[in-house]
Design a protein around this ligand. Structure first.
Ligand code: ADP
Length: 657
């Protein structure tokens, strides 16, 4: 285009005047003009050369050789005209080159500007992605917070509209509140806000009204710019403490208002944006919003100072990004010292025999992205800490730029995290628990066995009076019950501590287990006048399981079904084949279990309290927790359907072989 314009000027003879300045009257007096096509060639080639060099090297770098070329060409023009009487078309060429360079430079600037805008819009849309009307929602939420803490009768957030007038952006009116709805009161509020915004400070003004309320106007400032105002009307006293509170909330509201403003100027991009002051204004607004968002993003890290565990974050170059007070105390460091040390130095202060090579641990975490966990015991202080080093990964869509977004959403490693948790107390409780268990399994069982043994001996003694024999029988039965309870408790506890692999699994046919259990439970069922039936499925595949454990679990379910059903009802034990598992169900027409405790019946010691039900002597609340523990150890799941007054269906699955 530049070449075309310049050619036209030349051809029309409009550049002749200027041209004459760069040619000398030749010695032979005759100045030869090049032909039209040579002119086209010269002008087009030079424009293209200039455009390419500016495009390639940028305006500033190209300027040096373009300047040199200009001077050289001027000299050449004078020389050629003086000696050879040839006009080399210096002015049209220079004009074309100048226009070409300018156009190219403007194009480059515009491209970059467009890219910048595009990035800004993408970054902004990431902020707003969660909700279309996020900004308004945030403003209202801020007002609700004020409603809770200051109970104003009215709260309004104002912003300036296109004409510079204050308009309401969000409003909260408490029913039965003030009369700000009236025009005069509204105008009063607006003018108070105007004054507060002009003064740049909070203004409190008592108003003459029967409920002696106070108007408060707070300018909302973000990035040193007043973006709006908050008007509150309260009936209670407004003290200095409340000022601090309001200023704090006001800061957040200003950010929200800024967000709304930016949201309203949505992105109708055009290629002329580069020349538009309004478009630049939009971009500036977007930057304000992004700065506000940056501040909000620091919420997460700063909250870490409030937690009891020691937490440190390190950039992937080993610098420490953050360490909370608990961690500094544990590592015996001050905040200033963390600036000079690396993540490895920090880890070194937790070195023990189980954690003697921090570098290897970090390397493994970086290689595998899997957390590294160790329990550190410091014998000198008698303290135990849980150490965890992990790689924190960010959502690539949020953390990165456009390019990465296009590549896909693979998580992007952000930083390394170190968490140190004090386990000393937990360890003490653990110790207490195992002491308890060993007390139960040895110390309690031994005297119980002898009480039971001697009581049984005495029941055989014919010489004892009738009543004494009755008492001794009670002692014998009760001591047996106690030892059964201890055994169940120990069985559950032992199962919980066991590694899953330790359960001895051999092929087992569940229908056989059902047959045996039903047969062994028939006498108990008969005693309670309950019909106990089995409903086996033919051709069931075997499961891999420990027979005695599974039999005990089924027995617990059947005995519960009998125990918690009224007389003359039926208990059905059935098996069924599912996709990858075999299911065993025990169904009764008994009392049922209320929905709200349905999950809790599987807990240790949990018992359902039913009105009018006798306190069952044999009940320990351990039976179902044993069932669940056994089933889960085998890789299965438990399930319960129940309706109060109608009955229950307890079932479990075991993976088929
Ligand atoms: P226990 O029977 O020794 O009390 P469980 O762990 O076996 O302990 O059962 C926990 C609670 O679940 C019991 O207190 C009982 O009220 C309730 N429950 C268990 N099975 C049934 C059932 N089939 N029908 C109604 N309630 C049941």
């Amino acid at each position: 285009m530049a070449a075309g314009v310049s050619l036209a000027l030349w051809y029309a003879g409009l550049s002749t005047l200027l041209q004459n300045a760069f040619v000398l009257t030749p010695r032979n007096g005759q100045l030869k003009q090049p032909t039209f096509w040579i002119g086209v060639l010269l002008i087009v080639t030079s424009s293209l050369a200039v455009a390419i060099s500016v495009g390639r090297f940028g305006g500033r770098r190209a300027f040096t050789f373009l300047g040199g070329g200009f001077l050289g060409l001027a000299a050449l023009s004078l020389f050629a005209s003086w000696f050879f009487g040839i006009d080399i078309l210096f002015t049209p060429i220079a004009l074309a080159a100048f226009m070409s360079a300018t156009t190219m430079q403007v194009k480059r600037l515009r491209d970059q500007d467009q890219e910048l805008t595009e990035h800004l819009i993408v970054s902004l849309s990431k902020l707003d992605s969660r909700k279309a009307n996020d900004a308004e929602h945030r403003l209202l939420s801020g007002l609700k917070l004020l409603e809770n803490v200051l109970s104003p009768t009215e709260a309004v957030v104002f912003r300036r509209d296109g004409l510079g007038k204050l308009v309401s952006s969000a409003r909260l009116r408490v029913s039965g509140g003030s009369d700000t709805g009236r025009n005069s009161a509204w105008r009063e509020g607006v003018s108070l806000c105007e004054r507060a915004m002009a003064a740049g400070e909070l203004i409190v003004e008592k108003i003459e009204s029967p409920d002696s309320s106070t108007n408060i106007a707070l300018p909302l400032r973000h990035e040193n710019r007043t973006v709006g105002a908050l008007l509150l009307r309260v009936t209670q006293d407004f003290g200095d403490d409340d000022r601090t509170l309001l200023t704090a909330v006001g800061g957040q509201m200003a950010r929200n208002l800024q967000r709304e403003e930016a949201h309203n100027l949505t992105d109708h991009q055009s290629s002329l944006d580069f020349f538009s002051a309004k478009a630049s204004q939009h971009r500036l607004q977007s930057l304000y919003v992004l700065n506000g968002a940056l501040l909000e993003q620091s919420v997460g890290v700063n909250a870490l100072s409030e937690i009891g565990d020691g937490v440190a974050l390190a950039y992937l170059d080993g610098r420490i990004a953050y360490a909370n007070a608990s961690l500094l105390a544990l590592a015996n460091l001050t905040q200033d010292q963390t600036r000079d040390i690396s993540f490895f130095d920090l880890l070194n202060s937790f070195r023990t025999d189980v954690f003697d090579e921090p570098a290897i641990a970090v390397r493994r975490v970086l290689q595998t992205s899997e957390a590294y966990e160790r329990e550190l015991h410091f014998a000198d202080r008698n303290e135990t800490y849980g150490l965890r080093i992990s790689l924190v990964e960010g959502d690539s869509r949020r953390a990165s730029n456009l390019e990465v977004t296009r590549q896909g959403d693979a998580p992007q490693p952000l930083c390394l995290a170190l968490v140190i948790r004090d386990l000393t107390l937990i360890k003490e409780y653990d110790q207490l628990k195992s002491d308890m268990i060993s007390l139960m399994s040895h110390e309690l069982r031994t005297p119980l066995t002898s009480i039971n043994g001697f009581a049984e001996l005495l029941t055989q003694d014919e010489t004892l009076p009738e009543q004494a024999r009755e008492f001794v029988t009670i002692i014998a039965n009760e001591s047996q019950r106690l030892s059964r309870m201890i055994n169940t408790f120990l069985a559950v506890t032992k199962l919980q501590r066991k590694d899953r692999q330790e359960v001895l699994k051999i092929p087992l046919r569940l229908d056989e287990v059902v047959r045996e259990t039903v047969a062994s439970m028939q006498p108990v069922a008969k005693k309670r006048r309950i019909r106990l039936v089995e409903l086996p499925t033919q051709g069931l595949p075997p499961v891999a399981a420990d027979k005695s454990m599974i039999s005990q679990a089924v027995k617990n379910l059947v005995s519960n079904a009998i125990k918690y059903s009224p007389e003359r009802t039926t208990v059905t034990v059935s098996t069924a084949l599912e996709a990858e598992a075999v299911r065993l169900s025990v169904e009764d027409r008994g009392y049922g279990i209320p929905a709200e405790v349905r999950d809790r019946v599987w807990e240790k010691f949990y018992r359902v309290v039913r009105e009018g039900e006798d306190k069952d002597e044999e009940s320990t609340g351990l039976g179902l927790s044993f069932v669940r523990e056994v089933v889960e150890q085998h890789g299965g799941t438990v399930d319960l359907n129940s309706e109060v007054g109608r009955g229950s269906k307890f079932s479990f699955t075991l993976p088929r072989l």
